[in-house]
Design a protein around this ligand. Sequence first.
Ligand SMILES: Cc1cc2nc3c(=O)[nH]c(=O)nc-3n(C[C@H](O)[C@H](O)[C@H](O)COP(=O)(O)OP(=O)(O)OC[C@H]3O[C@@H](n4cnc5c(N)ncnc54)[C@H](O)[C@@H]3O)c2cc1C
Length: 457
Amino acid sequence: MRRETGRSFSASHSIGILGGGLAGLSLAALLAEAGHAVTLYESGELGGKLGRLEVGGLTFSTGPSLFTFPGVWRRYLAVLGEADGLDLQLLPGGLGLHHTPFGTVPLPPGHPLSGEWDRYVALVRPLRLHIETLLTTPPRLSDPAFLKASAALGRVLGSHLTAERWTDAQRFSPLLAHALKTHALNAGLSPHDAPALYALLPALIADEVSRPAGGMAALLDELIRLCQVRGVRLRPHTPVTGLEGSRATVQLRGETVPHDLIVSALDPARRAGLSGKTIKPQARTVSGMAIYAAFADAVPLPATSIVAPTSFATFRQAMRANALPPDTLALVHAEGRRLALLLTVPATGQRQSLTDVWVRGQVARAEAVLGVPGLLDSALAVHALGPEYYTALGTPGGSIYGAANPFWRAGPFHPQPYRVSKRLWQVGTAVHPGGGIPAILGGALIVARLIQQKGDC
Ligand SMILES: Cc1cc2nc3c(=O)[nH]c(=O)nc-3n(C[C@H](O)[C@H](O)[C@H](O)COP(=O)(O)OP(=O)(O)OC[C@H]3O[C@@H](n4cnc5c(N)ncnc54)[C@H](O)[C@@H]3O)c2cc1C
């Protein structure tokens, strides 16, 4: 099912990609499809934050748990001329039950708040295609598609620039407003700091949120396959130890490899470090502590539950001070005998243990709110991945989405620094706004297109 893509320059170039997370892999397939000889260097296993973990005899997918904006995935596949091999299944209950200090609300709802929800959806849902366009189109004022989509988004956002301000301006009930604001965390920021776009997310994604039938790691398998059939040379367990961007040369242990072009799919701070440079330390988006637990019987919880912080102002204050908040956001997924519980923590890189008082307190709080006290203690086996794990993957402090840009420098309107120098480009979580799977795939589409258009590597 492959098709020829138009090429703006005919020669095949040698392109080295640093980092084999979702960003590196998704870009590698696109560049190979365009006819380049692509080599991808990954220091550990392919997949980065998305991987597989055995706990108590059960296999868990680590990292992302919600597949959103499937339209972006379809656009990605269309460029490759591939059919969708993921078999995406809608998640029962959509974005799940949101537990707030004002009560509990499912999103999308089926209860008395439906009227308010319908008003919100009517305002925001027409933007879905425009947001997909913004996620996949180079942010250029000369591009009519970008301009049209930006104008549509601008009309809905008005002068309210942060998620907090936009939500408050809609005069929703405190319950719905609090639930919507939790989704600012998709930017890795509190609603006071996240661009207003993030308050629109629930309306945009709630009816499409899904997961591959084979679990999230099926996305990793599929990206690897898309690379392999295009002849990408995948080199896991091959850390890059140095980088000379101007000469497009990659240093490995005991080997120096010249390329025509390099694309870094690493955090910009790590990439700079490989060139012997440092980047001024920046504020960071949040990190997480992901707890995976296997049980003897099915976990008695809905597919997704969100336990919101009591006060976003207090939460923000703690994150900014790199301190643990009195209560944090807990995202809970239950699937058969598997439970995944993600606690939001500041990106300090500090190891958190399951026996730490704060962790125990947050788990107990989530269990109490969900009506399952002592649940985790009854697990057959538990394993946690925290900020130190994500730091080892290459992002300072283990921040999930890299540096925290202020809202006026974040989001799709801000041109990202895709090209660092003539022969060095970058892609991935810490480069493209938002950083989740849709932004990763969209960023790969954008960078592949820009590289093709520049044609001067
Ligand atoms: C707990 C958690 C939950 C999440 N939930 C969601 C969700 O529900 N939905 C969603 O869309 N997104 C979610 N995300 C975000 C999503 O997982 C990430 O945006 C995405 O996986 C990042 O991909 P990446 O390739 O940019 O970065 P990474 O996965 O970090 O990949 C970077 C790679 O570079 C490698 N590397 C580093 N240094 C070197 C070197 N010197 N040489 C060679 N290789 C190197 C690392 O080993 C790593 O494999 C979540 C993330 C986390 C951590």
